[in-house]
Design a binder for this molecule. Structure first.
Ligand SMILES: [Zn+2]
Length: 333
């Protein structure tokens, strides 16, 4: 009898669960995602099933990626001030796109280069100086993905500060294609091939280790990151999602890949005790609101970026709502 027990157990326990999962409607999936990620309203458009996912007819006027009709760059926040958000993490972005600097005991790891050389000079070089950091300490430039709003300022940074430039192999290859996926006259030129990062690799600089994961979907080799931060006596862990929008249109397989990446990264984030969700667009992760709160934060008040377990909800939203989009495409809607 014993050999039969295992298959029977599988039949009873697992088959109904699978059937239930595959029967869930796109609407129910999207609602589940919205609920999980309620703390992050900047992600909610991913769950909007009412509009078709379509490629824009012309590139958006703004220099940042936009998503289905939502302006990517709020006019009022274009000149966002640089801001120290943790003891070792600094926001250096514009209102439309973020660059983050991780300060380590042996120099600075920079995440993304903004749209163009002008922004890199003003917001990254100028931002670091305003915050009392030395841009000559930049050792690494991690580019999350092969879109110009994230690499466009690299030329100035590479020529001036000579950091190693890191991208995934898949996204280096994207930049070597005859035509870029998206182009925009406001974006600077792509970087020359440098360091190619593999999934699960880490970079260590002084006292800091940054984990890099290849999370394909937004681009074939989008990098998402996990790294530690501190706030006084408190330690926290950031999970930074490297590419959010689905401006590439109704490509069902690509969206399923996106969903699988978000689900996998959510599980890694849970294992690594991630309690801070971050993005490379300040409208996505709530950075615009959080940075405003720093201006009036009293000592001892909680850090507005720390979400605790709710941080995982952002990845659950991305997982469930992208899957909802794929399902509705499959159903012909
Ligand atoms: Zn992008």
């Amino acid at each position: 009898m014993k050999p039969l027990l295992v298959p029977l157990f599988c039949l009873i326990v697992f088959q109904p669960a699978l059937a239930a999962d595959s029967a869930i409607s796109p609407q129910a999936l999207a609602e589940q995602g919205l609920k999980a990620g309620a703390r992050f309203p900047g992600l909610a458009d991913i769950c909007d099933l009412s509009r078709p996912l379509a490629l824009p007819a012309t590139p958006p006027a703004s220099a940042t990626e936009s998503t289905q009709g939502r302006p990517a760059r709020p006019e009022t926040s274009a000149d966002l001030e640089p801001q120290k958000v943790f003891d070792n993490l600094y926001f250096l972005g514009t209102g439309g796109v973020a660059s983050w600097a991780i300060k380590t005991s042996e120099g600075i790891i920079l995440i993304d280069a903004l749209d163009n050389n002008e922004e890199a000079k003003q917001n990254i070089e100028g931002g670091l100086e305003k915050l009392g950091l030395n841009p000559h300490d930049i050792r690494y430039l991690i580019i999350t993905h092969a879109h110009g709003d994230h690499y466009g300022g690299q030329e100035f940074l590479v020529n001036t500060y000579k950091p190693k430039v890191l991208m995934s192999e898949a996204d280096w290859k994207e930049l070597e294609k005859p035509e870029l996926e998206f182009s925009n006259p406001d974006w600077g030129i792509p970087p020359k091939r440098d360091v190619s990062v593999k999934d699960g690799e880490t970079i260590t600089l002084g006292d800091t280790v940054v984990q890099l994961y290849v999370t394909p979907g937004h681009t074939p080799g989008t990098l998402s990151l996990i790294f530690p931060v501190s706030d006084g006596a408190e330690g926290h862990v950031v999970g930074l999602w490297g590419g959010t929008g689905m401006r590439f249109g109704p490509d069902e397989q690509r969206i399923r890949t996106y969903s699988a990446s978000a689900g996998r990264f959510r599980d890694i984030a849970e294992q690594q005790s991630v309690d801070v969700f971050m993005s490379n667009h300040p409208a996505r992760d709530g950075a615009l609101e959080a940075i405003a709160k720093f201006k009036i934060r009293s000592p001892g008040e909680p850090n507005p970026f720390v979400a605790g377990h709710a941080a995982l909800g952002a990845f659950e939203l991305l997982r469930d709502c992208s899957l909802a989009q794929a399902e509705r495409i499959q159903q012909g809607n």
